[in-house]
Ligand binder design. Structure first.
Ligand SMILES: NC(=O)c1ccc[n+]([C@@H]2O[C@H](COP(=O)([O-])OP(=O)(O)OC[C@H]3O[C@@H](n4cnc5c(N)ncnc54)[C@H](O)[C@@H]3O)[C@@H](O)[C@H]2O)c1
Length: 446
């Protein structure tokens, strides 16, 4: 394929050199001659292990070119990959000036060159951009500069996951190859583009075609998580240092738990955490920090964000109509009657406090059988639990304007399908497609 790569920084140069090595005819474009000239002379403009040799091989084979003229790159090209910078503005927003400029350069150049035989050109963003960029910003530029007769543009987001210092290795063995596009033709073009790159890949990478915004959001999710991991480990070190603990040893063992610690567990968007251990032990760690004059802003933020999860649902209820609410599910997780620090109890208390009429369904919780700390917790938070609690989901839903659903058991789901209220707020994300198709369905975070 003939590929144009816009932006010859770390991402663009690695991409261009690797695609050329895989046999494609690659044309790198940059507005900066300091990036273009070295490539034309067979050198990498950026320092990255192994890249100089790959650029030299590309230049020698005649498959890697660099230019400041988008027209040379666009002539008969099938795909443009945009790898320009997306720096932060002073306010922290993403500066999309270079993205807009590159898309405009492509659209304008396409008017002056010979079209690809297919009459189709894929414009693909590799840079990191906020959700909505392809649909709104890129689409707007292409509406301003439409393609010439006989040429159609398709767009996509294909985030790059390489890290500087191991750029080549990461390019060849990415965690995933994700293409966000609405155009099957772009999906096919990118599958063809990457096929020779990953043919010998030990991971056997498949191209996953997803919604455009999913692909845009994914890169931010990855980087936010990586940053969170670093800060978490640093906070563990900062607090346990005061207790003569070698946190390197703690974290070495910590990562051996691949069922709860390093795993998909606890990584599904939903409602607040609760129960008898997480809030209590998090408070203990924060207290240990306080008495040692140590700040743990990330862990403190974890408690704050948990509280925010409850408040957000209350705010959403208040913003909508109706006073009759069915809360399906009371304990903090499925198959337990432990109500200590259940965020659902907290939610119920706040809504009752604001004057809503609440009926609560729980398959397991039986107020007559609660004892000890569990009973004390409920009596202090929900003194009238006996009166509002039922083990019949239909009874809870009767006459409800709104259902807030934490329970995922079959009776709850079937009752919702039988008598759906005007509005359903799903806290679990596990109610199934039938419930999600109900009119008035809202996911708590999707
Ligand atoms: N650096 C990384 O490790 C990495 C990894 C993954 C994703 N990303 C993302 O990829 C994007 C690029 O990052 P980078 O580190 O390679 O940036 P960079 O600053 O090293 O390179 C960007 C290049 O784009 C060029 N450019 C700007 N406008 C242009 C235009 N209209 N036409 C052609 N070239 C143009 C600039 O001259 C520059 O050479 C960013 O969105 C970044 O967040 C970076």
């Amino acid at each position: 394929m003939k590929v144009a790569v816009f932006g010859l920084g770390y991402v663009g140069t690695v991409t261009a050199a690797c695609l050329a090595a895989a046999g494609h005819d690659v044309w790198g474009v940059d507005v900066d001659t300091a990036k273009v000239e070295p490539i034309a002379q067979g050198h990498s403009p950026v320092v990255e292990p192994g890249l100089d040799d790959l650029v030299a091989a590309g230049a020698t084979s005649g498959r890697l070119h660099a230019t400041t003229d988008p027209r040379l790159a666009l002539e008969r090209a099938d795909v443009s990959l945009i790898c320009v910078g997306t720096p932060s503005t002073q306010a922290g927003s993403t500066d999309l000036t270079y993205i807009k400029r590159a898309v405009r350069d492509i659209a304008e150049a396409a008017r002056f060159v010979v079209r690809p035989e297919s009459g189709f050109h894929s414009i693909v963003i590799r840079s990191t951009v906020p959700p909505g960029t392809v649909d709104e910003v890129v689409a707007q530029v292409l509406a301003d500069v439409p393609p010439p007769d006989g040429l159609t543009f398709g767009t996509a987001m294909c985030p790059e996951f390489l890290r500087e210092g191991s750029g080549l290795a990461d390019f060849y063995e990415p965690p995933f190859v994700v293409v966000g596009t609405r155009s099957p033709k772009v999906g096919t073009a990118l599958t063809d583009l990457f096929a020779p790159v990953y043919k010998d890949n030990s991971l056997g990478v498949d191209v996953q075609i997803v919604d455009v915004r999913t692909a845009e959001a994914l890169k931010y999710a990855c980087n936010a998580f990586h940053a969170t991991k670093v800060s978490f480990a640093n906070e563990m070190g900062r607090i346990f240092r005061h207790f003569d603990v070698d946190s390197r040893e703690v974290m070495k063992i910590f990562v051996q738990d691949t069922s709860l610690n390093i795993s998909p567990y606890y990584l599904k968007p939903g409602f607040a955490f609760g129960g008898s251990c997480l809030p209590k032990d998090l408070r203990s760690v924060l207290h240990l920090a306080r008495i040692n004059d140590t700040e743990l802003p990330m862990l403190a933020g974890t408690l704050a964000t948990n509280e925010r999860s409850v408040r957000d649902v209350v705010d959403r209820v208040i913003a909508g109509p109706g006073r009759e609410i069915a809360l399906l599910g009371l304990s903090f997780k499925h198959a337990t009657d432990d109500l200590r620090e259940s965020p659902n109890v907290e939610l119920a208390e706040r809504l009752i406090g604001k004057g809503y009429n609440l009926r609560i369904y729980d398959a397991i919780v039986n107020p007559g059988r609660l004892v000890g700390a569990n009973l004390r917790h409920v009596t202090s938070k929900l003194p009238h639990l006996q009166r509002v609690l039922t083990d019949d989901p239909d009874a809870a839903l009767a006459g409800a304007d709104l259902a807030i659903v934490a329970a995922t058991d079959r009776p709850a789901v079937e009752a919702l399908l039988r008598t759906p209220p005007a509005r359903t707020i799903d806290l679990s994300g596990r109610l199934g497609v039938d419930v999600e198709a109900l009119p008035g369905y809202e996911g708590v975070g999707w």
